[in-house]
Every structure is written in structure tokens, then in C-alpha cells.
Design a protein around this ligand. Structure first.
Ligand code: CU
Length: 157
């Protein structure tokens, strides 16, 4: 790769970064690092969510979520000051209209890894799976959140 080519890539990256920040309606203070953001591996299974780290620095965070369980799971990043176990539950699931959903992956199959990127500001978050099941015969409805698929996550300055 020529140095001219590399310079072109560098400019492109900064441009993409500024556009991204403007798109989110945020004041661009700095874009830090090389612009590629931070990646966090997350494991999901019955009935737990296990990120490899529980805290990251603010910015563009990519979650690589692997379903190593035996049924489909989803993945939500919720920004909240509530305790992780105290999100607003209605009809046996978290009411996603009553919380700030920063990122969302719809239910995905066993053995697959889903990827979602979000620009996260400092604060406290909860990672959850909100799949609801039951309702067949006398089996009551219950969400994976209620079964314990939640964990605290912190974004620092
Ligand atoms: Cu689940």
C-alpha cells in the first residue's frame, strides 16, 4: 500500500467518524483510537448473559453475541439507572417502550453469533434477553429476563 493510499484511508475514517457523531445528534469532542471502536464478546445461554468485560469506555461498541444455549435468544442493551433486576415488567416481559434501548438483536438461533454496534455514552446499562415463552396449555408465560437473563454493564468516560 502506498503512503498516498494510506493517507486517503485515514481521511475517510475521520470523515465517517464525524458523520456518525452528527447522525447521533451528539457534539463531536473526539473520536479516539483508530476509529474502529471497542469489541465485546458476550455469551448467552439458559439463563444467563455473560459479557467478557462488565465495563468499557464510551464510544462505538460492537457486541459479538454468541448463543451457546439450546434455544433462540435475543440481546438488548438498555440504558437505565434502575437496578438490573428492576426493569419495568408488564405481561411477564420488560416493556421495551418504557426503557431506553441502545441496541437490539432479535432472537437468533443456537450456535450463531450476532453482531450489533452502538455508540454508547457514559452511564449504567443492563444487557438482557427478553424472549417470552410459555402459554401452551397450563404453562405460564415467562420471559428469559425473568429467568435471570440480565447483567449489569457500565460505560465510563
Ligand atoms: Cu433468551
Amino acid at each position: 500500500m502506498t503512503s498516498h493510499h494510506m493517507k486517503g484511508l485515514f481521511v475517510l475514517k475521520i470523515f465517517a467518524c464525524i458523520v456518525g457523531a452528527m447522525g447521533a445528534g451528539l457534539l463531536l469532542v473526539s473520536c479516539g483510537g483508530d476509529g474502529s471502536g471497542t469489541s465485546v464478546k458476550v455469551g448467552e445461554a439458559e439463563w444467563k448473559i455473560t459479557p467478557e468485560v462488565s465495563q468499557v469506555k464510551q464510544g462505538k461498541i460492537t457486541f459479538n453475541v454468541t448463543n451457546s444455549g439450546t434455544e433462540p435468544h435475543e440481546f438488548l442493551v438498555i440504558k437505565t439507572d434502575l437496578a438490573p433486576s428492576a426493569l419495568p415488567v408488564e405481561d411477564n416481559e420488560v416493556n421495551e417502550d418504557k426503557v431506553e434501548v441502545a441496541a437490539n438483536v432479535e432472537p437468533f438461533p443456537v450456535g450463531q453469533t450476532a453482531k450489533v454496534t452502538a455508540k454508547l455514552s457514559p452511564g449504567t446499562y443492563v444487557l438482557i434477553c427478553n424472549v417470552k415463552e410459555g402459554g401452551v396449555g397450563s404453562v405460564p408465560f415467562v420471559s428469559h429476563y425473568q429467568k435471570g437473563m440480565w447483567t449489569a454493564f457500565t460505560v465510563t468516560q
